[in-house]
Write a protein that binds this ligand. Structure first.
Ligand code: DOR
Ligand code: ZN
Ligand code: ZN
Length: 351
């Protein structure tokens, strides 16, 4: 089966600052192996990307190493509202961290949120990490300033119900759900281990997980929130939150397709068409993937391209495999092997 090249609007590449977890080479290799031909990368690197100079550093690494196409987010900080007018054509969007996560980019003061909303150029996509009541607050802000927002990794019943209500009223919101919140819940924590299960938003209750599946029509995008940390880090006394996800998303979703939990149109809309629309990405000629939908296999970290060395889905039986990836006319991945070199990925937002 042929599908358009998948677009992951939410990945953490760890470069600069933590390339022992992942870099632009290993991360985009994982993307291709998972069927993703475009990734949009988050700014909570070390140092974080919050201005033109930081963007230049991250872009240099991406340009040299990426094997798939990419765009970068710049984070909203306490004193960078003056950046947006100038950076708007060079970035995939702005990231607003409004709840606690990995790194130190959280904005608590709502006057700062308002300053940013006033400064955002009209067409610039705004991706938001907000949970629970913070989600309600930022939806209000999107309405007040009439600026669309994209809500990242929605995980709970109360959140998806609120978003349904907001969409019913015509408010300018879209949302994504990550595969780990569709395929894992608190019921899996004991099996995975408590440190390894740490992720933000946390794994939610089985009722929350069920609510996401019940409200599939409210979910615009599936995004992995690929957030690699090494096993040593995950098994330490202070486990950082995050799961790798690029190489397991499509097989898990194809397995759900096989189980009639969603259709192929549902899948293509959320992994290609809607991401492209929400983030203003052009259609790419000759960019597609070939999927062997009948291949049965078990997920094993040892065969993955991500550098982090583990997956919360270890041993899971899945059905459906990426057989081939074609990026702008060139075969870049085939039968488990990369066919492209670092640096062949393109910046989709060149200055
Ligand atoms: O679990 C998470 N890990 N959630 C986030 O929001 C950030 C991410 C990371 O960068 O590790
Ligand atoms: Zn987040
Ligand atoms: Zn994230």
């Amino acid at each position: 089966m042929r599908l358009p090249g998948l677009i992951d609007v939410h990945v953490h590449m760890r470069e600069p600052g933590a390339i022992h977890k992942e870099d632009w080479d290993s991360g985009t290799a994982a993307a291709l192996a998972g069927g993703f031909t475009t990734v949009l990368a988050m700014p909570n690197t070390n140092p974080p990307v919050t201005d033109a100079a930081g963007l230049a550093v991250a872009l240099r690494a991406a340009t040299i190493k990426a094997r798939c196409d990419f765009g970068l987010f710049v984070g909203a900080g306490p004193d960078n509202t003056d950046q947006w007018a100038h950076l708007k054509t060079q970035i995939a969007g702005v990231k607003l961290y409004l709840d606690q996560t990995f790194g130190s980019m959280r904005l608590d003061d709502m006057t700062l949120w308002m300053d940013h909303f006033k400064a955002f150029p009209e067409a610039l996509p705004i991706a938001v990490h907000a949970e629970g009541r913070t989600l309600a607050a930022v939806i209000l802000m999107a309405d007040l300033f009439q600026h669309p927002i994209h809500l990242c990794h929605v995980s709970r019943r109360e959140e998806i119900l609120l978003i349904r209500q907001a969409k019913d009223k015509g408010l300018p919101v879209t949302c994504e759900v990550s595969p780990h919140h569709l395929f894992l819940s608190t019921a899996d924590i004991q099996r995975i281990g408590s440190g390894r299960s740490e992720v933000r938003p946390c794994l939610a209750a089985p009722e929350d997980q069920a609510a996401l599946w019940e409200h599939l029509e409210i979910i615009d995008v599936f995004a992995t929130d690929h957030a690699p940390h090494t096993l040593t880090e995950k098994d330490s006394d202070t486990p950082p939150p995050g799961f790798p996800g690029l190489e397991t998303a499509l097989p898990l979703l194809l397995t759900a397709l096989h189980e009639d939990k969603l259709t192929i149109d549902d899948l293509v809309a959320r992994l290609h068409t809607n991401p492209r629309r929400i983030f203003n990405l052009s259609e790419q000629p000759d960019t597609y993937i070939e999927v062997d939908e009948s291949a049965s296999w078990e997920i094993e970290a040892q065969h993955a391209f991500t550098r982090c060395g583990w997956t919360p889905f270890e041993g899971r039986a899945v059905r459906g495999k990426v057989a081939k990836v074609v990026l702008r006319g060139r075969t870049v991945f085939e039968n488990g092997h990369l066919k492209t070199l670092p640096g062949s990925g393109r910046n989709l937002f060149p200055a």
